[in-house]
Design a protein around this ligand. Sequence first.
Ligand SMILES: [Zn+2]
Length: 285
Amino acid sequence: MENVSHTLAGFALARGGLGKTTPLATTALVGGANLPDIDLAWSSFRSALVYDHYHRGWTHSILGFLVLTSLWWLTLLAVDRWLLSGRTADRTSPGSLLLAAALGIGSHILMDGAARGQWRGPLTANMGVALFVLYAGLCAASHHAAQARIARMATALPGGTSRQVATLPHPGDPLRWEWIIADASSVRHGVIGALPFFDLAGASGAVLARNLDAPAVEALLKTCAGEVVSEFFRFPFATIEEGPDGGRDVVVRDARYTRQGRGFAVYSARLGADGRPIINRDECP
Ligand SMILES: [Zn+2]
């Protein structure tokens, strides 16, 4: 999820009243709401594959929550003690500061989890509670309603029943959700309102062919690069495209993030004369 969203969640928690509990609480919430992405410091330089492998790793886990909350809390206590001592009228409460740090960091991990569609089944209740806090109830209700509509849509589709379904936030719009319904051969996607009333006119969705059984794609997925792609991409689909210099590339995208162009969550490899992808093993983690 974008850091703008995490920052807004931090400020929402602060404005909800938590920001007034102690000096530095707003800093603890807003800073904490972005802190798990500190993994960008060691995941974003070497190559796109290293990034996909390490980003959202342990810093987005329960262990990461405990470690980051402790370190962030100690940092804020140190800042309070050595930089701010005597400058504010209110006394800092270590307990409230710990709570703010934990809620900020917890909001990040929950929001990234919700964006990845991981909280399903029995965890839906937990997710509802988390979003109730983060979005003051409206967003949680909106999400549940959209999920039910998408589940009905998925069962109404012809063909097999083994489908993967995701309900993803639509940027800046708590009333509409992006949906993805995938089976072995296609990824359908579109935007749906929490209620039919909120549906956008003419938004019926689109279908992408996955092409995962094409020989070049199958060959790619067996390489070290393919392992990372399979691990990070939840809705992979592949195309064979002409590269800028006229050669042919096999391109795999994660439909959650990118459906065209080359940016985030895209992996491409040049196809050799034999039609097999050429992988630079140095890029693999
Ligand atoms: Zn994150």
